[in-house]
Write a protein that binds this ligand. Sequence first.
Ligand code: ATP
Ligand code: MG
Length: 443
Amino acid sequence: MKPYKESILIVDDSYDLLEVLQRQLQANGYHTYQASNVVDAIDVLKGSHVDLLITDMQMPGIHGLQLVKYAAEHFPKIPRLVITGFPSVSGAIEAVKSGAVDYLVKPFTQGELLQAVDTVLHTRRITKQANPKMSGTVSSYAGIIGVSDAFQKLIEVIGRVKDNRATVLVQGESGTGKELVARAIHYSGSFSKAPFIAVNCGAIPENLLESELFGFLKGSFTGANETRAGFFQAADGGTIFLDEIGNASSAVQSRLLRVLQEKEITMIGAVRPQKINVRVIAATNVDLYGMVQNGTFREDLYYRLNVVNLRIPPLRERMEDIPILARAFIQKFSREFQRDGITITEKAMELLMRHSWPGNIRELENVIQRAIIMCDGEISIEVLPDFLKYQISNETENSQELLSLQEVERNHIMRVLRAVGNNKTKAAEILQIDRKTLRQKIQ
Ligand SMILES: Nc1ncnc2c1ncn2[C@@H]1O[C@H](COP(=O)(O)OP(=O)(O)OP(=O)(O)O)[C@@H](O)[C@H]1O
Ligand SMILES: [Mg+2]
């Protein structure tokens, strides 16, 4: 499938981890080199063609950060992905400061690894590509796939903001691609070489968020045994992605306002602010304006964040994107599970088109992933989850006129028959009637 096998150098002092990473990457069509220390890694960098460097941080002898620095200086074209064992921010921050493009926090899944590798490698592909034409149908832009008008509009806005530092508020239901869009803005723009730091404001305990974001001085509170930079400092020159912004406490909100107004941050415990040059992209799946109205989110901050508003419509409002997305996911997972050549039947695609996808693109992705595992070369209705077959979307239910019992029965039978590709045994099973009764009813 891959026209060109990208080469990845993996550096880790643990042979077990090297082995696992090597297997997972090779299984997904990458060529790999291994090194268990920085000195060997530098030899490989000097002597071979490497497209991506993945390195652990903590290694006996020379620290992984030194390797990142070295590579950033001598091989700036090779993107650097860092694996850090620290669950906290400090390792990651140091890594991006030293020139890593992205980082993975241990433990991570194969999916997370491949996603990170793909994004980091993709970054280069995007920057190499000419800008996509905004006219005509673009079907993929920086990993965002679609054909709908909504998709076209989305990439048009991305094109407008990618090279400036305007603050962007991305709104959309869960699974609509908010983070993907934020990454696309950063990685396709002029500041893509600078760090992209994603912070999930909902996942960090409220009392820690402030110090993690802005950093703190030694002694500024109990437990502050050292001075430490925050996410904002780490993102300097690049982008900070504040996910689930609705979860920010009022203290964080007022500090954020100051960052946006004055372009400076004050570390906790510090008197003097420091200048900072960071693009802020915030995202939310809650009605932030509603929070403003009920007094839980600052109105002034809301307007500061909402300089450019990017609303990603739910999948059910752009059904025409489903086939191309489904096909892209089939390709992606066929490759991941080494099951090339998997196709999808027309009927199965029809069923995908009829679902209302409350979990949006993430849900579609999961359904396809499962179907690839369950199918033998072809995704048919049988390997799709049951809820796709019976679900009556709320919209149809609400908009339906009042019908007689007989009509409802007739419609429902037709629906089930369509869903199972006219297989009467299956339909009878679902309807919990015997085949004979079903035949009579059909007649
Ligand atoms: N247009 C798209 N093309 C291809 N993949 C997409 C698209 N939109 C979303 N995805 C994929 O769907 C999944 C969910 O996207 P993402 O994590 O960006 O959503 P989100 O809006 O941030 O969701 P949540 O609110 O739950 O955090 C990801 O795997 C992403 O790659
Ligand atoms: Mg998200």
